[in-house]
Design a protein around this ligand. Structure first.
Ligand code: F0G
Length: 458
């Protein structure tokens, strides 16, 4: 008999989690103004808010922590990290930052000027925030295939070369760079093919526009290239990652995802002028160039995390768990962005809560229902996160309205996946009775989803 699949690790330390009653959850959610970001973690049973900084470190990473060099400048831990990054990406200049958005802040402070146009395959919200707060414009050039949640294509995160070329043509001289996000978080953790990475970079370079890879989940992207794209079956994840980076000019990294650490990030590039320019912003915003917002010990643990998470077995364990959850949802007929993404399942809330109009935020409503049902904290990646148009101040209802079930790395077992699927099924079974959504009572001007306050419409 063929042996079944199992995790490529065993558990050495555990953290107890607690269930609650529906009554308690009703009270807590009301106190949180129906915004799950405002809940206390102890009010949550299974936390699927994000895969960012929520993973479990390995014994090798914990031991690396003990060896951290906390020197203000020239720390050995910095060079361990820098050498690992150069080995994996080919980029020789490295600036550590405290997380991904800090890398964006430092690099964009140098690169972005008011009025600039920055195309990308669905910029993550902090990326868009760092562009728009500088009075520049983020233009989405993701393939239209990503909008059809039921369409099964292997690389739904791809860039539409036609859309990209149109932006490049119409804005000659005003595009400081393009952002290529792998995997494409906003459309469902969907990967970008090697062919598309190469062609995107070639097209940008034809117009003299450099490419920044937003690499938060680059290793998961490499896994999909290996398992889905012809010609890469026999390459290692490390070889594939190196090739991905070889086409682009630099990267920003949130190490809290594929770096397997709880906090950290960096910029890496071979463009010396970018390095020199960004350096000037690193020192006042983040810190000296050999720590830039990270402890020595954290850089040491990140160096190990990057090494571990670019091994096939680690990624196979993770992505098969996400696919296990997807199979359960298939069994129950619950619609989500197909195929399952690398780090999450994106439930198509518009197709679940068909009686809730978009003005009442179906995905946010479903997020609240799932929490009330079982204490599971998912996250809205939809109309609230999309913010308002910076010019018209209208809600942006043009995109998709998802509930993201985001799976932390090496944290939950497949039994937890069974609970998540069952809870969602219970909500799905009573979807016809959910007729009203939520209304915003307070919101911030930018990145409103973190602090928005909402009330349930009765
Ligand atoms: N880029 C992408 C693609 C991301 O998903 C994130 C964060 C960032 C940049 C910013 O990195 O959080 O380290 O500052 N995404 C998290 C999420 C928050 O839940 O998807 P950061």
């Amino acid at each position: 008999m063929e042996l079944p699949f199992a995790e490529a690790w065993k558990i050495k330390m555990v953290e107890p989690i607690k269930k609650s009653t529906r009554e308690e959850r009703e009270k807590w959610l009301a106190e949180a103004h129906n915004n799950i970001f405002m809940l206390k973690s102890e009010q949550v049973y299974i936390d699927l808010l994000t895969d960012s900084g929520t993973g479990a470190m390995s014994d090798r990473q914990w031991s690396a922590l003990m060896m951290g060099d906390e020197s203000y400048s020239g720390a050995r831990s910095f060079f361990e990290l820098k050498n690992m990054i150069t080995k994996l990406t080919g980029f020789k200049n490295v600036i550590p930052t405290h997380q991904g958005r800090a890398a964006e802040n430092v690099l964009f402070s140098y690169l972005v000027k008011p009025g600039n146009i920055i195309p990308g395959n669905a910029h993550f919200d902090t990326t868009k925030g760092h562009i728009e707060s500088r009075k520049a414009f983020a233009i989405d050039v993701t393939t239209d295939e990503a909008k059809d949640t039921q369409l099964e294509v292997p690389f739904k995160g791809n860039v539409s070369l036609e859309k990209l070329e149109k932006v490049l043509k119409e804005n000659k001289g005003n595009v400081p760079f393009m952002v290529l996000t792998v995997t494409n978080n906003t459309v469902g953790g969907q990967p970008v093919s090697m062919k598309n990475i190469r062609e995107t970079a070639e097209l940008c370079h034809k117009y003299d526009v450099p490419v920044v890879m937003d690499s938060a989940r680059f290793a998961e992207n490499a896994y999909f290239i290996k398992t889905r794209e012809k010609g890469f079956e026999n390459k290692t994840i490390k070889e594939i990652a190196k090739e991905m980076f070889s086409y682009v000019d630099g990267m920003t990294m949130s190490a809290k995802k594929d770096g397997l650490v709880n906090m950290g990030g960096f910029i890496a590039t071979n463009k010396d002028e970018w390095y020199e320019g960004a350096k000037l912003f690193c020192i006042p915003f983040e810190g000296f160039l050999t720590y830039g917002g990270m402890n020595g010990r954290d850089m040491a643990a990140l160096a190990v995390g990057l090494d571990e998470n670019t091994e096939f077995d680690m990624l196979d364990t993770r992505i098969q768990q996400v696919q296990y959850l997807a199979k359960k949802l298939d069994e129950y007929g619950i619609p989500y962005q197909r195929p399952a993404g690398g780090h999450a399942i994106f439930v198509d809330a518009d197709k679940v809560l068909t009686h809730v109009p978009k003005e009442e935020f179906p995905a946010q409503t479903l997020t609240c229902e799932l929490y009330l049902e079982a204490g599971i904290r998912a996250c809205e990646i939809g109309y609230i996160l999309a913010d308002r148009d910076p010019v018209t101040r209208e809600n942006r209802f043009g995109g998709l309205d998802f509930v993201r079930l985001c799976i932390p790395r090496r944290v939950y077992t497949n039994n937890h996946m069974d609970v998540i699927a069952a809870a969602l099924k219970n909500v799905y079974d009573r979807r016809e009775s959910i007729k009203h959504g939520v209304r915003i009572t307070w919101e911030a001007e930018l990145m409103r989803h973190f602090t928005v306050q909402l009330e349930r419409i009765k």
